[in-house]
Design a protein around this ligand. Structure first.
Ligand SMILES: NC(=O)c1ccc[n+]([C@@H]2O[C@H](COP(=O)([O-])OP(=O)(O)OC[C@H]3O[C@@H](n4cnc5c(N)ncnc54)[C@H](OP(=O)(O)O)[C@@H]3O)[C@@H](O)[C@H]2O)c1
Length: 337
């Protein structure tokens, strides 16, 4: 029997997770919530997801617009084994007791604090920590990106120390909120929270981060300096990432020099919604000097966490013991391999 999954908050992340869950053969979406009718509630219905009002008071909006719902979040909780909370950052705290009362496992996203969920998750690095857990947080897009490339390096060579500068997109493409239209804004509280967030998964890693927000919507770019525990060549590093899941080596020499071209490549590859769920690493932007590795990577913030949510469900629901087997199964089903 398939695991029954509900999505609370059908926005940028929620709609992608719902799509990816329904592509798997061991889980299914039993419903998604919206607070109001919109093009996204139509998307939900078109993709075959039963639609629920997030709150009882939202129901009237749907009725007025003639959009049929199957009830409210409370009704959805009665049908789900696990709920993936994709509400805006900070709402998780309000919802957690509601999920707990309903006896439903819950997954939160990177906008919530580690302490709120108790376990932070990345499928490659700490799949086992979510095994059977009642609540887990899938870490943010930036943390997911850092862990995807640093964990394989740690396994292969050992990592002494990391420094990363994050060049952040100001908002998602469809957002009306976000940063300044024509200015670059550094995060003045240093070091930034991204380093400690990586340590919720790669415990004990020595990592420091800084960040600036830039007026772009497509992707984040990370400039990373990693001091390794052994002497390696650029080829050793590229070979390691070549065999790591959800890392895509790209090349400036092939004309993929910027984030716009990466997103165009994702469309050319026929990826759903034009997303790039893998972390893009410029292979001709990798340099080793002694034990120090320098590299750049780009993060498609709207989608890299999506397959992680699927694997997180598998670990929490004890569907697959081996993380690499879960990753392979997820990725095959959604066209990443
Ligand atoms: N976007 C990213 O770059 C990104 C990347 C990684 C992780 N995350 C994290 O993922 C989470 C969701 O982010 P997002 O970017 O998907 O946000 P989003 O696009 O704003 O989507 C959130 C959705 O939740 C719905 N919502 C609002 N209030 C709600 C409520 N009280 N109850 C239920 N649903 C409600 C909204 O839809 P309606 O009001 O129309 O129903 C909205 O579309 C956050 O924790 C965020 O930090 C985001």
């Amino acid at each position: 029997m398939k695991v029954k999954v509900g999505i609370n908050g059908y926005g940028t992340i929620g709609k992608r997770v719902a799509w990816a869950v329904n592509k798997q053969d061991d889980m299914e979406i039993v419903g998604v919530t919206k607070t109001r009718p919109s093009y996204e509630s139509s998307t939900a219905l078109r993709e075959g997801h039963p639609l629920y009002a997030a709150h009882a008071e939202d129901q009237e909006n749907f009725d007025k617009a003639g959009v049929k719902t199957q009830g409210t979040l409370d009704d959805l909780l009665g049908k789900a084994d696990v709920i993936v909370d994709c509400t805006p950052g900070g709402f998780g705290e309000k919802y957690r007791p509601i999920y707990e009362k309903a006896g439903v496992k819950c997954i939160f996203q990177g906008g919530e604090a580690h302490e709120m969920a108790g376990v932070s998750f990345n499928a490659l690095a700490n799949y086992h920590e979510a095994w059977g857990a009642p609540s887990v947080r899938v870490v943010s897009c930036n943390t997911t990106g850092l862990v995807r490339t640093l964990f394989p390096l740690q396994q292969a060579f050992g990592v002494q120390k990391v420094f990363a500068s994050l060049v952040r997109r100001a908002a998602d493409p469809a957002d009306k909120k976000g940063g300044a239209l024509n200015a670059v804004e550094p995060s003045l509280k240093l070091p930034t929270h991204h380093g400690p967030d990586v340590k919720t998964i790669m415990h004990g890693l020595d990592i420091q981060t800084m960040a600036v927000v830039t007026p772009t919507t497509l992707m984040h770019v990370h400039c990373i300096v990693a001091e390794l525990k052994s002497t390696v060549t650029e080829k050793d590093v590229l070979d390691t990432w070549s065999s790591s899941p959800r890392v895509k080596l790209i090349s400036g020499k092939d004309g993929v020099k910027n984030t716009g071209q990466i997103m165009e490549l994702a469309k050319d590859l026929g990826r759903a919604r034009g997303d790039l769920m893998d972390i893009a690493v410029w292979k001709d932007g990798v340099k080793v000097v002694g034990n120090t590795l320098y590299y750049y990577q780009a993060i498609h913030q709207e989608s890299d966490v999506v397959p992680e949510n699927v694997d997180c469900i598998r670990s929490m629901m004890k569907l697959e013991k081996d993380n690499l087997a879960s990753i392979e199964r997820t990725d095959k089903a959604i066209g990443l391999r």
